[in-house]
Ligand binder design. Structure first.
Ligand SMILES: [Zn+2]
Length: 302
């Protein structure tokens, strides 16, 4: 039997048809058209689902942007870029329309669960996930499940304060971790220092040519990243932290520097068994994590 996977982002909606083993048979995407509101989005999602109904479909697994109560599949907060999205119970809507089981969970939590099922965390029941992108997202996997917290917004590591009276954050606080250690922050820091508007990939390419000005910015960005990472390690004493996001395409070139920088910030007992790995599932992690949740919901996975 097959699972329909959908990943709703602020700019694009990705979808896939998957086997019960998480093999991706077919993928596609369409623009979110966030400004047109939630009904337009729902209709476009339904067109995708309708197209797959001739398959033997087990259920619908959705990963979505924003703060989500994954226990019921309802959007409960976040950046209001899609009018009507906050307050929507997508699971209720999908289940009543299609008479198929559905799940909806936050995209970073889904990415963490995807890595747990088939990626960098597959051998661990407990680990943390950090996603470096526009902001810094976090996911806490405990005993193979996502730890949601009382109101389902646990693990927002991006809003740990690392600079008193620092940069203004969208959350209302100043000096949040993601203002200094996200990919967006790296791009901004490079522009401030060099006047050059470069994307993440270009920044690392230029650094590899021996550009010392860029190198000093990247070093300082890594320093910020491991400041936050060490705080998180002191709280959880984890054995594994999986780091995701576009910058992880840099592989060991970046990972080795992160490990070296972190090493000087942790006590012996914290670093003794700590492993830092880059995520393995790339852009598919969200859809795969949503499928993992769906399979657990219907009892196909423990
Ligand atoms: Zn913040």
């Amino acid at each position: 039997m097959k699972v329909i996977g959908i990943d709703i982002g602020g700019t694009a909606v990705k979808f896939a048809l998957l086997t019960e083993m998480g093999e991706i048979l077919e993928t596609g995407e369409f623009p979110t058209e966030a400004g047109k509101g939630v009904e337009n989005l729902f209709n476009n999602i339904c067109k995708v689902i309708d197209g797959y109904l001739s398959e033997d479909v087990l259920g619908i697994a959705v990963s979505g942007t924003g703060q989500i109560d994954g226990t019921v599949g309802k959007v409960i907060g976040g950046n209001p870029i899609i009018p009507g999205w906050i307050g929507t119970n997508l699971v209720e809507k999908l289940e009543s329309k299609y008479k198929l089981p559905a799940v909806l969970e936050n995209d970073v939590n889904c990415a963490a669960l995807g890595e747990k099922w088939l990626g960098a965390g597959k051998d661990d029941k407990d680990f943390l996930c950090l996603t470096i992108g526009t902001g810094i997202g976090g996911g806490i996997v405990l005993d193979g499940d996502i730890f949601r917290g009382k109101t389902c917004v646990a693990g927002e590591f991006g809003h740990i304060q690392i600079e008193k009276n620092g940069e203004q954050c969208l959350c209302g606080k100043k000096g949040c971790y993601e203002r200094y250690a996200s990919a967006t922050a790296l791009v901004k820091m490079v522009e401030e220092k060099t006047g050059k508007k470069l994307n993440g990939k270009e920044i690392f390419e230029l650094e590899k040519t021996g550009d010392l000005e860029i190198k000093s910015v990247v070093d300082s960005w890594i320093d910020y990243f491991t400041d936050g990472l060490s705080t998180i390690a002191y709280i959880f004493n984890p054995t594994l932290v999986v780091v995701g996001g576009g910058v992880t395409k840099q592989g060991d070139y970046l990972l080795d520097r992160i490990k070296k920088s972190l090493d000087g910030k942790l006590g012996e007992n914290y670093k003794k068994n700590l492993e830092i790995k880059f995520a393995e599932l790339g852009n598919n992690a969200g859809i795969l994590g949503a499928e993992y949740l769906l399979l657990k919901k219907i009892g196909k996975l423990k």
